[in-house]
Design a protein around this ligand. Structure first.
Ligand SMILES: CC(=O)N[C@H]1[C@@H](OP(=O)(O)OP(=O)(O)OC[C@H]2O[C@@H](n3ccc(=O)[nH]c3=O)[C@H](O)[C@@H]2O)O[C@H](CO)[C@@H](O)[C@@H]1O
Length: 383
């Protein structure tokens, strides 16, 4: 293709999980608003394919999700073979698109496009949103010109690579929420009543779901329970609905594709401590009880949650020790006006609203593209 007539093309590898996908989409929105072209590399997973339909203003290509097996597992050989084959596939995609740079948003799915870029002489970047970066990004960073991190704590894990703290990007739809009244109507809730949002990350959270249902569902014996909007995850929706027992003011959804309306109705949140979810809580100034997923690699969700806990923005609870009584107590504290406003002030100090812009600035500087920044009359998405 003739690149001379085109605006700079950025390939963003963001497949596999919501925590990579949504920040990737946020960068795509910023880059295309500046007049650049975007191609998103995602996996065959449902969450990625649904996003490609919703965000059809962008070009998407599907590459295999590459979960790394244990080092001495017999699955290691096929994994390495798949990585090599996907590097070849990525080279073709990058050539066809006329890529000028590649950005990986994390996971081993980011590795092949980054290596392909390097082999083609293109600058490559990776973003890590966690306080304790994943192994995939630490490996991938060897081929990168620069590493972007969401939190200062992650910096020290990338020795020998230029590392910039950009924050984690938040997608545009979360920048203009519906009113509380409209959102409450959408969920069939009362806007005048205190409401908590429960979310287990893009993959759900079975045990946490049960603790919440026991604490706030139909069997709960406490008076003055808050309303609950419970995002149970696609595989756990029916079970949670039956455990919560259809209490008035308790709504259960599987996967939520209306996050703006979910956040708009919430006074406080009970959540896993995935980095993108936490970024959104800070951006939207929502206090939370964070319950890390206990089996996350290297227990990185606990390290994430500690950042918010130490800043006074969240309670940190260990799932194996958390009881429904304790959860009721924590939620009650969070909703108490004085405590809530202290926690809200703390979330505000953690928020980084212009992370996507910081990433686009850095990539643009490397490839000599400035474009017109959002809010300065930038073009509408034109991928
Ligand atoms: C189990 C595990 O290892 N999870 C990791 C995964 O989390 P996971 O994919 O769960 O990601 P996060 O919690 O970081 O983000 C979830 C994203 O999905 C969106 N959302 C969620 C639920 C829903 O129904 N609808 C919806 O749109 C949220 O708005 C958010 O943007 O990647 C993150 C980023 O590397 C890590 O920090 C997490 O530790």
């Amino acid at each position: 293709m003739d690149r001379s007539v085109c605006q700079p093309g950025l390939v963003i590898a963001c497949g596999g999980t919501g925590g990579h996908l949504f920040p990737g989409l946020a960068v795509a929105e910023e880059w295309s608003a500046r007049g650049g072209r975007v191609l998103l590399l995602v996996s065959e997973k449902k969450i990625d394919q649904e996003a490609s339909r919703k965000y059809d203003k962008f070009r998407f290509e599907t590459i295999p999700a590459l979960p790394k097996p244990a080092t001495f597992s017999p699955k290691m050989l096929p994994f390495v073979w798949n990585v090599l084959r996907t590097i070849g596939q990525c080279k073709e995609i990058l050539k066809d698109f006329g890529a000028d740079a590649v950005l990986g948003m994390g996971g081993f799915t980011s590795l092949p496009p980054v290596v392909a870029a390097k082999r083609m002489g293109l600058p490559a970047f990776v973003h890590d949103s966690n306080a304790l970066p994943g192994k995939a990004n630490r490996v991938t960073s060897r081929w990168c010109s620069e590493v972007f991190v969401g939190l200062e704590a992650a910096r020290k894990h990338f020795p020998g690579v230029k590392t910039v703290v950009t924050g984690t990007p938040v997608r545009d739809e979360l920048r203009s929420l519906p009113t509380r009244e409209d959102a409450a109507k959408e969920w069939g809730l009362d806007p005048a009543k205190p409401t908590i949002l429960v979310m287990g990350g893009s993959q759900g959270a079975r045990k946490l779901n049960s603790i919440v249902a026991e604490a706030f569902g139909a069997g709960a014996e406490h008076a003055d329970l808050p309303q609950v909007l419970h995002i149970a995850g696609p595989g756990d929706e029916e079970r949670v609905r039956s455990e919560a027992g259809g209490r008035e003011g308790y709504r259960v959804v599987g996967f939520c594709d209306q996050m703006p309306a979910a956040y708009a109705v919430a006074d406080a949140v009970v959540a896993r401590s995935g980095a993108s979810s936490m970024t959104e809580l800070a951006f939207l100034e929502l206090p939370s009880v964070l319950v890390p997923f206990p089996y996350a690699a290297d227990d990185h969700q606990t390290v994430n949650a500690r950042v918010f806990h130490d800043a006074g923005a969240a309670y940190l609870e260990t799932e194996s020790e958390l009881t429904s009584e304790e959860l009721i107590e924590r939620v009650g504290e969070m909703l108490e006006p004085g405590r809530r406003s202290d926690m809200v002030a703390a979330t505000r100090r953690l928020a980084v609203p212009d992370a996507a812009a910081a990433i686009c600035d850095a990539v643009g500087t490397t490839i000599g593209f400035e474009g017109t920044k959002k809010g300065e009359g930038g073009a509408e998405a034109s991928a």
